[in-house]
Design a protein around this ligand. Sequence first.
Ligand code: 13P
Length: 341
Amino acid sequence: MNLAELHKVALAMVAPGKGILAADESTGTIKKRFEAIGVESTADTRRDYRELLFRSADAMRHHISGVILYDETIRQSAKDGTPLVKIIEQTGALPGIKVDKGTKPLPFSPGEVITEGLDGLRDRLIEYRNHGAKFAKWRAVIDIGAGIPSHDCVNANAQALARYAALSVEEGIVPIVEPEVLMDGDHDAERCYLVTEWLLKSVYEQLYYARVPLEGTVLKPNMVVSGKKCATRASVEEVAEKTLRVLKACVPVAVPGIAFLSGGQSDEEATAHLDAINRIGGVPWKLTFSYGRALQAAPQKAWAGRPENVGRAQMAFTHRARMNGLAALGQWKAELEKKAA
Ligand code: 13P
């Protein structure tokens, strides 16, 4: 492990005006996304779709620092035989890999899940490193509801995240530490704040016990938002203020950067929130995006599985990447969305 090298990679992942494209949907998740646009999910359609994203030269060169891949994708080649990893590298972006194996019900904790994938992880990290992965991702999922999250759920997930992060750093791969508080419930933003605070404090406690050097890590948290079914909506300013407040209370200064997940926010909401957060600023970390849905919903819709739509889909992706790149600098304006439309 070379910590100076890991720190350099972590800083590159959160370089000014750039963020991460989360294209690591599992086979089950991408099938759902494709169903929504009437596309059959096969190894070839998944390849074609992801290839069009990675070949969006403008977006990739100027606004995307890294791409999180799924196990299938890191092994795939483009139609012309070029490995997809190579296409990403040629744009200057870093290839990364999702290494968790998804969630399973947590025993004796109805409604709660634990992320699996620690068994054999060291060997998989070595294999992914040989495929070119410079960073990894592990997502812990915490739901808010009546009586949940439980201490067991927060603790078990924080411990798993720390074990994963320690193994990644040891193998020379920057871990994206992703503790996600879901926005599915009817809770308000204050409850989201309290659960996010509890989770982040637990995660950094476990990272400390696992001796993880934070300089070689990137945090991927949720923003502090109202639950989707909550009657009241926190404003953009309130989301930005609460998100910054919880990060300041919980995240050590040694962490080089924070790249938010979008978590089911609309494209424009995710951009507006990131922009408002960066306009307040005054924090020691770079604050950027690591969006899946908020970067891909528009290109997926524009593509709809048709080769003749590839150019339009690339334009849609480039637009979202540019908007989020501006938001990462606190320079986004709502008018820029209208102009593009
Ligand atoms: P969303 O931005 O769609 O939440 O996806 C990010 C991600 O990587 C989830 O693990």
